[in-house]
Design a protein. Structure first.
Length: 149
């Protein structure tokens, strides 16, 4: 068996009930295809790098599982059909994994959760009290131009 992880971005207006149905569906697909479902975690509601289908935010789900090579294809086919899913990405983590060595966690009830503030240190922020966001440039460069003439 191979180890896979799938990250799913769900519409931000989805409720807890729909989110749990999607989680159960993912588990059913993996188990039904002869795989072993390991874990599904909710990363919460986050701002997207760019709007996808007029949605500036999305709820992120992260699933890890073991399966045959056809398991991710079946899972992605079902995710494509779902109206609540905006995007998904599946990555193969390991080529050969013994299912007996991997411990599966029970599927817990998921909650959408509150908005998560992006903590990207490379994204510029505009704060009123910041070095460049305040009133430093209120007068502009008129004073310097006056000195040149």
């Amino acid at each position: 068996m191979r180890e896979y992880e799938t990250v799913v971005v769900v519409k931000p207006d989805v409720g807890d009930e729909q989110l749990n149905k999607l989680a159960q569906r993912v588990k059913q697909i993996v188990d039904g295809d002869g795989g072993k479902f390991l874990n599904l975690a909710s990363w919460g509601k986050k701002k997207l790098a760019y709007e996808i289908g007029n949605y500036p935010k999305g709820v992120f789900l992260h699933a890890t599982y073991l399966g045959k090579s056809a398991t991710p294809a079946e899972l992605e086919r079902n995710l494509r059909i779902s109206d609540d899913v905006i995007r998904f990405l599946t990555v193969q983590l390991n080529e050969v994994v013994d299912p007996a060595t991997r411990e599966a966690k029970e599927l817990e009830a998921l909650k959408v959760g509150a908005d998560v503030e992006d903590e990207d240190p490379f994204r510029p922020r505009r704060d009123v009290d910041s070095e460049f966001g305040g009133d430093e440039f209120e007068g502009g460069f008129d004073d310097e131009e006056g000195d040149r003439n």
